[in-house]
Ligand binder design. Structure first.
Ligand SMILES: Nc1nc2c(c(=O)[nH]1)N[C@H]1C(S)=C(S)[C@@H](COP(=O)(O)O)O[C@H]1N2
Ligand SMILES: [Mo]
Length: 559
């Protein structure tokens, strides 16, 4: 009996692997059929507000994905195994459960942004039928259905021979007299073969869809008609508005301090930190993409195409983006040179009058293709900061993972309230609306806290006495950094560090303290003072609910 259950369980799991494998394969060939597997895992994230997924994202960034994927796989295999065992005694109940799984799979799939509906239905139903057929086949050949009085679902579905009833009777007779029709070894081999077929299909699908690995295709270089180092006036005699494509001068040398461990002042796109709730980035076709601008105070609601956006005046801006869930000393911060249209220009084009922003248009909400939302005070779009509707990063199109084709970038506030990737809609509304992370208990407004990080030495380093450079980055986006100090005695005394030139007050800044170290054990700390004269607090807080604070602290030994 126990043995039977084990065999039924194996048959069920093998069927599940085949079903998921086929679905992944279809997804790989035709990406408008979403990955059912990814959709299910994504569903788990969305169904656990404040729960496992939320905590995982906020503390581990994207490191939660392996855990989520593993638990989804294990969960699916367990469910399939249990259903297979159930089907021995209650085939109709099991079949009903399989039908329910089809519904669950479809609900998950249809919550993805771009879905070919009928192809997706055929895929889900087809994959489940094939998976069930494999399970029932494996059950049959191992004699598990010998005493089964009911017709298994697959036999009802298989093409009927000229004498279907007789056929069925004979099979059952053979089983009841002979018990296991194939040996245990053969059963295991066949189950393994089925699983292998499923895994191969899944692997092929993953490769074809470009998923699984890191970035598969390099973002293309930006090509803005008429862009040059100076602003280009493209105005025509026809009384059109003048359009400019302003580029920044090359990044000056004096903004960088070169030393082992220092991070580049402009983060290469491939190293840019990554935080989002999407298990696989929405793939957006630029030709059908558009950005809606609507809501309260929008007198001229817009729907801009990618071309429309790029034929407005564009500019570059150096802006450091940071995640509220970054721990003190953590890596969820990067600096980019963004290209885009001023958010204020887009809003003005939509007929928004900055002097008429009121309660009902107090909040600007960015909405994405994957239905994520971020919201901030509308007035930040008009206070002069270079808030961009961005389509470029470091002279290239946005990488898919960083929001291709268009995202928001707002200097001075954390990404969770502002930096909507895969942007599809901008809506002006009142302050009552709570965006994605606000619903999950993070604070409504997210100004980036003044912070600093030590990069050139690591905790527990064993250093040799003499000249040691203690350096890294300090940031207070939109306020700028005026001073950085380093302490080697646990904060009792502070030494002024030298600063590289500031690329922009919206970016981080390199610092270095040249320490003449004598042998001993040391607790090294850093603190920054922003452009408004405020020194970062020594009070240590966790990232939740409004950003980590405290001094980055490192213990080292000098010999
Ligand atoms: N659509 C979408 N946009 C999003 C997010 C998201 O989950 N979905 N995450 C936000 C958060 S919390 C941060 S910190 C930044 C991170 O941007 P990056 O991944 O390009 O570094 O994007 C923001 N934009
Ligand atoms: Mo974030």
């Amino acid at each position: 009996m126990v043995n039977e259950r084990v065999r039924a369980g194996i048959a069920g799991a093998a069927g599940a692997v085949v079903a998921f494998g086929l679905a992944e394969l279809v997804h790989g060939i035709y990406n408008l059929v979403p990955s059912i597997f990814v959709s299910l895992a994504q569903g788990i994230i969305e169904l656990t507000p404040g729960g496992f997924a939320t905590r995982a994202i906020e503390t581990l960034g994207q490191a939660d994905i392996p855990t989520l994927v593993t638990s989804t796989i294990v969960g699916a295999l367990v469910v399939a195994a249990l259903l297979s065992i159930l089907s021995l005694k209650r085939p109709l109940v099991a079949a009903a459960c399989v039908a329910l799984l089809a519904v669950v799979g479809l609900v998950a799939a249809f919550s993805e942004p771009f879905v070919a509906q009928s192809a997706t239905v055929i895929t889900v139903v087809g994959a489940l039928v094939m998976g069930s057929a494999v399970t029932v086949f494996l059950q049959n050949i191992s004699g598990l259905r010998a005493e089964d009085p009911a017709v298994p679902p697959d036999e009802a579905a298989t093409p009927t021979s000229s004498e279907p009833a007789m056929e069925g009777v004979r099979v059952r007779e053979a089983h009841s007299s002979g018990g296991i029709s194939v040996g245990r070894g053969q059963f295991v081999a066949l189950s393994g073969a089925a699983a292998l077929v499923g895994l191969t299909a899944a692997g092929t699908g993953r490769v074809l869809s470009g998923g699984g690995s890191a970035e598969s295709d390099e973002p293309k270089a930006l090509d803005l008609a008429g862009s040059s180092n100076e602003s280009t006036d493209e105005s025509t005699s026809g009384g059109k508005k003048s359009v400019t494509h302003e580029k920044l001068p090359a990044v000056p040398k004096d903004v960088s301090i070169d030393a082992p461990g220092m991070v580049p002042i402009v983060t290469p796109a491939k190293d840019f930190y990554l935080i989002d709730t999407a298990l696989s980035s929405p793939r957006i076709d630029v030709d059908s993409w558009s950005l809606k601008v609507k809501g309260s105070g929008v007198r001229n609601p817009l729907e801009l195409t990618y071309k429309d956006l790029q034929s407005m005046s564009t500019r570059e801006a150096d802006v450091t983006l940071s995640c509220v869930s970054n721990e003190v000393g953590g890596g969820l911060i990067s600096n980019g040179r963004w290209t885009g249209v001023m958010l204020s220009d887009v809003l003005k084009e939509a007929g928004v009058d900055p002097s008429k922003i009121n309660k009902s248009s107090e909040q600007l909400v960015g909405r994405s293709a994957d239905d994520w939302t971020g919201g901030f005070k509308t007035k930040l779009a008009f206070d002069g900061r270079e808030a961009l509707v961005a389509f470029g990063l470091n002279d290239s199109e946005l990488p898919q993972k960083h929001g291709f084709p268009v995202r928001l970038v707002v200097p001075g506030i954390y990404g969770y309230v502002s930096a909507t990737k895969w942007l599809t809609e901008i809506e002006l509304t009142n302050w009552d609306f709570d965006a994605y992370w606000i619903q999950r208990t993070w604070t409504k407004e997210g100004p980036i806290k003044t912070q600093s990080r030590i990069d050139t030495i690591k905790g527990d380093d064993n250093l040799s006495a003499g000249k040691i450079g203690i350096g890294g980055v300090a940031w207070a986006p939109h306020r700028g950094i005026d001073r950085v100090e380093v302490s080697t005695d646990d904060g009792d005394t502070w030494n002024e560090a030298r600063l590289a030139a500031q690329l922009d007050k919206d970016t981080w800044r390199h610092y270095m303290y040249d320490w003449d170290a004598k042998p001993g054990d040391y607790t090294v700390k850093v603190r920054a003072t922003d452009g408004e004269g405020d020194t970062q607090t020594s009070k240590t807080t966790k990232p939740h609910p409004n950003g980590a604070s405290g001094h980055h602290t490192i213990k080292v030994s000098v010999a």
